[in-house]
Design a binder for this molecule. Structure first.
Ligand SMILES: *[C@@H]1O[C@H](CO)[C@@H](O)[C@H](O)[C@H]1NC(C)=O
Ligand SMILES: *[C@@H]1O[C@H](CO)[C@@H](O)[C@H](O)[C@H]1NC(C)=O
Ligand SMILES: *[C@@H]1O[C@H](CO)[C@@H](O)[C@H](O)[C@H]1NC(C)=O
Ligand SMILES: *[C@@H]1O[C@H](CO)[C@@H](O)[C@H](O)[C@H]1NC(C)=O
Ligand SMILES: *[C@@H]1O[C@H](CO)[C@@H](O)[C@H](O)[C@H]1NC(C)=O
Ligand SMILES: *[C@@H]1O[C@H](CO)[C@@H](O)[C@H](O)[C@H]1NC(C)=O
Ligand SMILES: CC(=O)N[C@H]1CO[C@H](CO)[C@@H](O)[C@@H]1O
Length: 368
């Protein structure tokens, strides 16, 4: 298609600017632009199928409501928790509503899990490769700003976001990471472990947790060359703690929101806590997606809403980061391109069938 090649050339030359503003010369402008100029069906939420590592993998996509194939959009990939599917994270986090400017992607793990845990069916290299294949597939379908690709995830999915942040090839495709209530199975051996090879000297990470083991954070502080101690702000009557590190001269590259865990409130899990409430049973969030309205992960955990809205806070964090062009990394060579699976074939499934099954699954999941 000549028209499309012409558009790609224009975009590559920067003649058509990103909807989010101009770029600095030090910013990554590579990435496949073949999806630019290709009209997309905005109302379709059909899952995309990608063959990766010999398996057929799936992901769903939410386009901005005013998506235009001549503009490049940032991407947010959200990894669900276990047991779960992308739709659960979508319902729980409402990321596409909190990130209306981004193409929001919900991939599905193998057997409702992401790699790293002892129950995971896929291996870490398989799920990393799936992420690489997913991004490659996405770039051929939609007009992507490859300098603004972000990752978030919940619990087991957040643990996998940690594995991504530790990867110097496909991990390097991401500008920033925001894991929520992560179970970090793969990053478990300290800051100098060979298994963690971040793509760049600075890895922007915003992490949310109730009462987590904070060693992984201190390792990232070490890897990012952050100053100790971090700045700490306590709010909501000292129940929400925000830690922010300055790393290699850059403020807030590593941030942490800790919402104090509380015992199960006597009023029961369905109670709705008013944000202005002074009732201390209204602060919780051990292993949930922090949101100010009750959501599924909170209900499932017998929890109540939190004072903070993770889906919103992470957008402000992502907005600050763009993938740098070069990777002045002392730890590894990041200039090598991300490999794609050799057999990358894509198909569609019938939407109504899938949606019905997914709805049924989500109902079963809630009853669990
Ligand atoms: C777009 O997707 C919707 C929902 O899947 C479908 O009903 C509609 O026919 C599609 N439109 C086009 C032009 O493909
Ligand atoms: C598209 O929608 C987003 C989110 O609502 C808005 O911020 C942006 O300005 C819109 N862009 C255009 C070109 O209308
Ligand atoms: C998986 O690991 C958890 C601890 O993280 C442990 O409690 C559980 O027994 C393990 N399960 C298997 C099947 O190894
Ligand atoms: C990073 O992920 C790729 C898969 O895209 C894999 O081939 C490579 O071994 C991983 N690197 C590390 C350090 O884990
Ligand atoms: C703050 O916490 C203290 C101690 O738990 C409690 O006495 C006080 O009422 C709380 N104040 C507000 C505004 O929640
Ligand atoms: C980094 O990788 C690229 C592509 O594989 C290679 O051309 C280059 O020589 C490597 N650089 C270093 C410093 O190893
Ligand atoms: C972020 C957020 O508030 N998410 C949702 C949690 O789930 C409930 C039930 O669907 C929604 O009402 C919330 O908006």
């Amino acid at each position: 298609m000549r028209e499309h090649a012409w558009l790609s050339t224009l975009l590559a030359a920067g003649a058509v600017s990103s909807p989010l503003g101009a770029r600095d010369s030090g910013i990554y402008t590579g990435g496949d632009l073949s999806g630019c100029g290709r009209p997309a069906n905005i109302s379709s939420s059909l899952p995309h199928l990608v063959t990766s590592g010999g398996m057929v993998r799936t992901y769903t996509v939410h386009l901005p409501s005013n998506y235009s194939e001549t503009q490049q959009y940032p991407v947010l990939v959200g990894y669900h928790g276990h047991p779960g599917i992308g739709l659960f994270l979508e319902l729980d986090s409402r990321l596409d509503e909190f990130a209306p400017d981004k193409i929001v992607v919900y991939p599905n793990g193998v057997d409702q899990a992401w790699a790293g845990a002892n129950y995971s069916k896929a291996t870490v290299p398989q799920d990393l490769q799936f992420t690489a294949d997913l991004l490659a597939d996405l770039r051929t379908r939609y007009c992507i700003d490859s300098a603004r690709v972000y990752a978030t995830g919940m619990s087991n999915g957040a643990g996998f976001v940690g594995a991504l942040a530790c990867n110097d090839t496909v991990g390097g495709e991401f500008a920033a990471f925001a894991p929520v209530a992560g179970a970090y199975y793969t990053d478990a051996h300290g800051p100098d472990d060979d298994g963690c090879k971040p793509a760049r000297d600075l890895t922007p990470i915003l992490e949310f947790h109730g009462g987590a083991d904070e060693s992984v954070l201190s390792w990232w502080a070490d890897r990012n060359g952050c100053q100790a101690p971090p700045e700490q702000q306590d709010s909501f009557n000292d129940t929400v703690h925000h830690l922010s590190w300055t790393c290699r001269g850059s403020q807030g590259v590593l941030q942490h929101y800790k919402v104090d865990p509380m015992s199960m409130p006597s009023r029961g899990p369905l109670a709705y806590c008013n944000l202005d409430s002074t009732d201390s049973s209204c602060v919780t969030a051990e292993h949930v997606w922090p949101s100010t309205e009750p959501n599924f992960s909170q209900l499932a955990a017998g929890d109540v809403p939190t004072r903070i809205q993770a889906s919103e806070i992470m957008q402000d964090f992502f907005r600050r980061y763009t993938r740098p062009a070069a990777a002045p990394n002392t730890k590894g060579n990041t200039s090598s391109p991300v490999a794609r699976s050799t057999s990358c074939r894509v198909r569609y499934l019938d939407r109504s069938f899938l949606e019905a099954s997914v709805l049924l699954l989500s109902l079963l999941w809630q009853l669990n």
